[in-house]
Design a protein around this ligand. Sequence first.
Ligand code: TYD
Length: 229
Amino acid sequence: MPGHFITFEGGEGAGKSTQIARLKVYLESLGQSVLVTREPGGSPGAEKIRALLLSGEVKDLGPRGEAMLFAAARADHVDTTIKPALDRGQWVLCDRYADSTRVYQGEAGVDTDYLKLLETTAVAGVRPELTILIDIPAEIGLKRVARRSQTDDSGGPDRFEGEALNVHERRRRLFVELAKEEAFRFAVVDGTKDPEYVATAIRKAVSDRFAGELNTADDAQAVTRKEAR
Ligand code: TYD
């Protein structure tokens, strides 16, 4: 693949979108072309499935059925958005990907082999070269989400945010275990730290992983100036 594929994972309120936006600015300051996308969604077809999943409208399908819909959305997203961008040589930064299915639907009791099969079909060989896990205790993440929904018009927690604290905490543990199992592609960052610290840790992980492909000698101040705009 001429481009590069980085995914971001973590529980609710980990700060993924903020950090993705910052990494985009950083990579662009180094002259790279970046596409930011998200799951579920990221293509017109997948966004329709996203609406069904997050509204809870299809909760009655059960976790296996939901897993299948996440996979259907992913397959469309890969075919119509991610793969073309990688073929064009872009950096693709994706907010959640297959690891979210392993963790969320895995936690909900869906069989691992079943999930593997869905994953293999959906991703069609398009796997992240680097996955940034922003790790944060569930309680802190959920407080952030609650604060955010007071100030926007999101209309309260979605189907997956609304689960009990122990469910969120189990998801967190599963993400950390996964990162240990596949340490070759994961970088774990402490999401309780301030955004500046987290952004720096992420830049370091990216520079380490893609050493030689980025001209990181570029003036770091240029990045700070761009971000400040
Ligand atoms: P979103 O609003 O994008 O959440 P966040 O800002 O936390 O990323 O909603 C996505 C929700 O869907 C989130 O709660 C995680 C869940 N999810 C799954 O259960 N399985 C999946 O495969 C994916 C991609 C997301």
